[in-house]
Design a protein around this ligand. Structure first.
Ligand code: SF4
Length: 145
């Protein structure tokens, strides 16, 4: 099991914005470069998280991105759950579908495992990910000066 690239980019975005200085606004391009993500991927993550109210985007000259209070308090689970989706983990309904699916217990076990994964991340907030300046301060990020 592995996070989709979109989910990972979204998490890099909120973590970087979470360690921004007071009043610091970052452009999408700057965050993309700091997190080693293609600009177009970062722009998609910015658009989605803005729609969710987790990131605030100020347009125009001197504008940029910052994490909203809601974004700071958001759980990692709330960011991860939807883009990761609830589809098959094992391709039960692929074409052709798995012949074992009518009576398969593994399918249910995999579903419960995913729910447990998400529930665990529901307990982790964005701000808690960057709570320690020692291990996750602005110096960690390239190009922050
Ligand atoms: S064995 Fe079970 S979990 Fe695997 S594809 Fe078939 S129905 Fe799905």
């Amino acid at each position: 099991m592995r996070l989709t690239a979109f989910t990972d980019v979204s998490l890099r975005l909120v973590m970087r914005l979470a360690v921004a200085g007071e009043g610091e606004l970052l452009t999408t391009r700057a965050v993309a470069e700091m997190t080693s993500v293609p600009y177009t991927h970062m722009a998609k993550a910015v658009a989605r998280l803005s729609d969710l109210g987790l990131v605030e985007a100020r347009r125009g000259r001197g504008g940029g991105l910052r994490l909203s209070e809601r974004g700071r308090r958001a759980s990692v689970g709330s960011i991860v759950r939807e883009p990761e989706g609830g589809g098959d983990l094992a391709g039960c309904e692929d074409d052709p579908p798995c012949p074992l699916r009518a009576a398969c217990r593994l399918r249910g076990a995999l579903h419960r495992a995913r729910e447990a994964f998400h529930a665990s991340l529901d307990e982790v907030s964005v701000e808690s990910l960057v709570a320690s300046e020692e291990v996750f301060g602005p110096d960690l990020w390239q190009g922050t000066d």
